[in-house]
Design a protein around this ligand. Sequence first.
Ligand code: NAP
Length: 346
Amino acid sequence: MRIILVGYGVVGKGVTTILARRYAEKVKDYGFNPKIVAIADIDGAVIDPRGLSPEKLEALKQTRPISSDPEFGHPEMSALDVIESVEAEVVVEVTPVNIKNGEPALSHITKAFKTGKHVVTTNKGPLALAMPALTELADYNNVYLRFSGTVGGGTPMLEFAKRCLAGDRILAIRGILNGTTNYILTEMSQNRVTFQEALSNAQKLGYAEREPSMDIDGFDTACKVVILANWILNKKITLKDVDRTGIRDVSLQALDEASKRGNTIKLIGSIDGDRPTVKPTEIPKTNPLCVSGVLNAVTFSTEFAGEQTLVGRGAGGVETASAVLRDLLDIRHKLANRLLNNNSES
Ligand SMILES: NC(=O)c1ccc[n+]([C@@H]2O[C@H](COP(=O)([O-])OP(=O)(O)OC[C@H]3O[C@@H](n4cnc5c(N)ncnc54)[C@H](OP(=O)(O)O)[C@@H]3O)[C@@H](O)[C@H]2O)c1
C-alpha cells in the first residue's frame, strides 16, 4: 500500500514512527506492506516512489524543512501537486484543524478522491463542515474515507460503536469528548481553583492552546458530535446543526452545589432526540462517564445491550497515529475483499 502523508507535525511524525515500529509484524500478520512514498508539509515535499526507508524517515524528523532533503526533496511542490502527481493508494491527511472553511484539508481530501485515492484523516474540520457531502463524494469515486482518530484519539470509539455494537440499535450517544475542558472542570471541582486558574494550568501543561476557544467554547466537542451522529446514527448533520454552550460560565459555586447532590458538572456532547447538543451538564459522580483529568469517555445507549461506556485518552501523537494505522488496515481489508469478490464474479 503506497501512502502519501500530508502534514508532518505531531500526528504525522507519530504515523511514521508507528509504521516503522510495527512494520514487520503487520506484514507477517496481515500481508500489509505500507510504503510512505511522499510526505508533504507547508514548505514542500519529499518523494521516493519506492517508499522512504525507515532510516530516511528517522532522519527527516530532524530535517527542517523536509523538502531540503538533498536526495528526495521538492521545495517547490505543494501538497495538492503531490496528491495529484504521485502514484499512491492512500492519502493520510493530518494538517491543522480549521472549522471556518475546512482548508487546507478539504481541498486535499477532495483532490485525493478525484484522483482515485482513499483517505485517512484525523482532521475534524472538513468532516464537521461537510461530512454528508464528503462521504457521498467518496462513494461516487469508489474510494474509502476513514477518520477513526478524529474522535477519542487512539481510543476506538467509532469502531466500537460501528463494529462491536453492530446488530444492536444505538438509541443515544453521550460523551466527554474533549480532554482540555475535562481537565479544567476536574481541576475546578477537585482543587477548587477558578476557571481562569485552571485554564492557565492547562496551558502551562500543554493541554490547552494559547487561543483556547476551540476547546472551551465547545467547538471541538461539537465537531466530534457531528462525526458520531453521521457515522454511527446516520444523521446527515453538520456543525451548524449542533446547539453548543462552552464551559466559560461554569462557576465554582455551581460545582459546589452539584457536589452537595453527589454530582459534578462535565461538558457533555449528546445525540439523543432531535437536536444534538454540547453543554455543561450535571451528572452523578457514580456515572461511568464521570472520568477525571484529560480522559475522554463515551456512553452508547443501545436497545438490547444496554449502556456501554468506553474510556480512554482522547489525544496524543502516537495514540492518534495508532488510529491511523487501524484505518489503513481497515482499508487494506476492504480492498482485499473487493478483489476476492471481483475474482469470484469473473
Ligand atoms: N495531536 C493530537 O493529539 C491530535 C489528536 C486527534 C486529532 N488531531 C488532529 O490531527 C491533525 C494534526 O494534528 P497535529 O497535532 O499533528 O498538528 P501539527 O503538529 O500542527 O501538525 C500539522 C502539520 O501540517 C502542516 N501543514 C500546515 N498547513 C499545511 C498545508 N497547507 N499543506 C501541507 N501541510 C500543512 C504543518 O506544517 P508547519 O508545522 O510547517 O505549519 C504541520 O507539519 C489536526 O487536524 C488535529 O486536530 C490531533
